[in-house]
Ligand binder design. Structure first.
Ligand SMILES: Nc1ncnc2c1ncn2[C@@H]1O[C@H](COP(=O)(O)OP(=O)(O)OP(=O)(O)O)[C@@H](O)[C@H]1O
Ligand SMILES: [Mg+2]
Length: 371
C-alpha cells in the first residue's frame, strides 16, 4: 500500500526531473547558448518550485489526514480523544473535517460515558431489587409456617375439636392457598439464587435410566387419575453427572406443565432419553396445545406465561421453566423446546456423560460443593 506523501513525491519528483532534464537537453542541443541558458534557468526554477510545492502540499494535505487517521484509531481503542492538536492553517476542508470528527467523537464519548453510568445504576437497582425480593420472600416464609401448622391441626379435628362441613371446606381452601403461596415463595427464592449464580448442585454419577424411572414412578398415579397415557422410552443408559433431587424438580415441572395442557381425550405423555455424543438428552413429550414460534422464544423468561387461560387446567407463576433451565445449566447442560401449535410440545435437556476419571471427578465435586 502506498502513502499519499510517497505518491506526491513520486509524481512531482518525476515531473520536476523531466522539466529540468528538458532544460539541460535544450541547452546542450541549442545553438543560441544565451536562449538555452534562459530556458535552463527557467526549467530549474520551475522544477525546484514544483519540488517545494510538493513539500508544501504534502505537509498541508497529508498531515491533517494522518492526524485524522490517528484520532480514529485512538477513538476506536479508548472511546475518546485525548489531545486536540488542531491547526487552523492549511487546507480548510480538512481542518473542518478534523474539527467535525472531534466534535462527533466528543458527543459519542459523552453518550458512551452516560450509558456506562446508566448500566452501573441499573446494576445497583437490580442488586437492590434482588436483595429486596429475597428479604420479602424470607419474611413471608416465617408467618406461613404457623398458618400451615394450625391449618393442619384444624384439618385433623382431634386437638382443635370437630368442624362442620362448611368450616372444613374453608380450612381446605386456606390450606391450598397456603401451599400455593409456599411454592411461589420457594420458586422466587430459587430464581434469585440462579440469578445470583448461588444455586448449589451436587454432581453425583447417576445412571440416566434411574433419573427417568424416578420421574415415571412419581407421575404414574397423577397420569392415571387424569386419564393420561404415560410412556417411558430409554434406549441406552449412560452414567451422567447429575443431582437426582434437582432433576426430579425439572421433570416435575415439565410433566406438570404437560399435564396442564394435554387434551381431554387421547392424552399421551412420553418421557425418555436419547444418546447425544458427550451428553445424554432427556425429554418430556406431550400431544397438548403446543406453542407458536414466538411463544417458544419467551417461555424460559421469568414470569412469562402464554395467554392460555381458557386451555390451561392449572395456574402457575411462570417461574418453573426459568428454574429448570437454571438447574440444567448449573449441571453443565442446556435446555430447549420444540413445539407446534395444536400438535404438542417436547422439552429437551442435556446432561454431561460421566466420562472423566474418578480423581478428576472428585475435584469437580469438591469445587462444586465449595460453591
Ligand atoms: N407442555 C407445554 N405445552 C404448552 N405450553 C407450555 C408447556 N409448558 C410450558 N408452557 C407454557 O410456558 C409457560 C411457562 O411455563 P413455566 O413452567 O415456566 O410456568 P408455569 O407453569 O406457568 O408456572 P410455574 O412457575 O408454576 O411452573 C406456561 O405458562 C405455558 O404457557
Ligand atoms: Mg410450570
Amino acid at each position: 500500500m502506498i502513502k499519499i506523501k510517497q505518491a506526491l513525491f513520486l509524481i512531482f519528483g518525476i515531473t520536476s526531473f523531466i522539466i529540468f532534464y528538458i532544460g539541460i537537453l535544450n541547452y546542450i542541443t541549442t545553438e543560441d547558448k544565451n536562449i538555452g541558458m534562459v530556458i535552463l534557468v527557467f526549467s530549474a526554477i520551475v522544477s525546484s518550485g514544483t519540488f517545494f510545492a510538493t513539500f508544501y502540499i504534502s505537509n498541508n494535505l497529508t498531515k491533517p489526514i494522518e492526524l485524522l487517521a490517528r484520532r480514529m484509531s485512538e477513538f476506536s481503542k479508548y472511546n475518546s480523544i485525548r489531545k486536540n492538536g488542531l491547526d487552523d492553517k492549511g487546507i480548510q476542508e480538512l481542518y473542518s473535517l478534523n474539527k467535525n470528527f472531534k466534535e462527533m467523537t466528543r458527543k459519542v464519548g459523552d453518550a458512551l460515558e452516560k450509558e456506562k453510568q446508566l448500566n452501573q445504576e441499573l446494576k445497583e437497582i437490580d442488586s437492590k431489587k434482588t436483595e429486596f425480593m429475597s428479604m420479602i420472600s424470607h419474611e413471608l416464609k416465617t408467618p406461613l409456617m404457623p398458618i400451615k401448622g394450625y391449618v393442619q391441626l384444624l384439618q385433623k379435628q382431634e386437638m382443635m375439636g370437630q368442624l362442620n362441613e362448611k368450616q372444613l371446606d374453608a380450612i381446605n381452601e386456606i390450606s391450598i392457598s397456603a401451599k400455593k403461596l409456599e411454592k411461589l415463595i420457594q420458586d422466587v427464592l430459587m430464581a434469585q439464587k440462579i440469578d445470583l449464580g448461588k444455586l448449589s448442585v451436587e454432581k453425583d454419577i447417576i445412571e440416566s435410566k434411574i433419573l427417568v424411572e424416578n420421574a415415571y414412578k412419581a407421575f404414574v398415579p397423577a397420569c392415571e387419575e387424569n386419564g393420561v397415557k404415560l410412556m417411558m422410552s430409554v434406549t441406552a443408559s449412560d452414567k451422567v453427572y447429575s443431582d437426582s433431587d434437582r432433576i426430579a424438580e425439572v421433570f416435575s415441572n415439565l410433566i406438570c406443565n404437560a399435564l396442564a395442557f394435554l387434551p381431554e381425550k387421547d392424552a399421551t405423555l412420553e418421557i425418555g432419553t436419547k444418546d447425544n455424543s458427550n451428553f445424554v438428552t432427556f425429554y418430556v413429550k406431550d400431544n397438548g396445545v403446543g406453542m407458536s414460534d414466538d411463544q417458544q422464544q419467551n417461555i424460559f423468561k421469568k414470569f412469562y406465561q402464554v395467554d392460555t387461560s381458557s386451555k390451561r387446567k392449572k395456574e402457575g407463576s411462570g417461574l418453573g421453566l426459568a428454574i429448570c433451565e437454571g438447574i440444567v445449566k448449573a449441571l453443565g447442560g442446556k435446555m430447549w423446546v420444540q413445539s407446534k401449535l395444536g400438535k404438542g410440545t417436547t422439552f429437551y435437556f442435556d446432561l454431561p456423560k460421566a466420562k472423566i476419571p474418578i480423581q478428576q471427578f472428585r475435584s469437580v465435586k469438591a469445587k462444586n460443593s465449595r460453591n
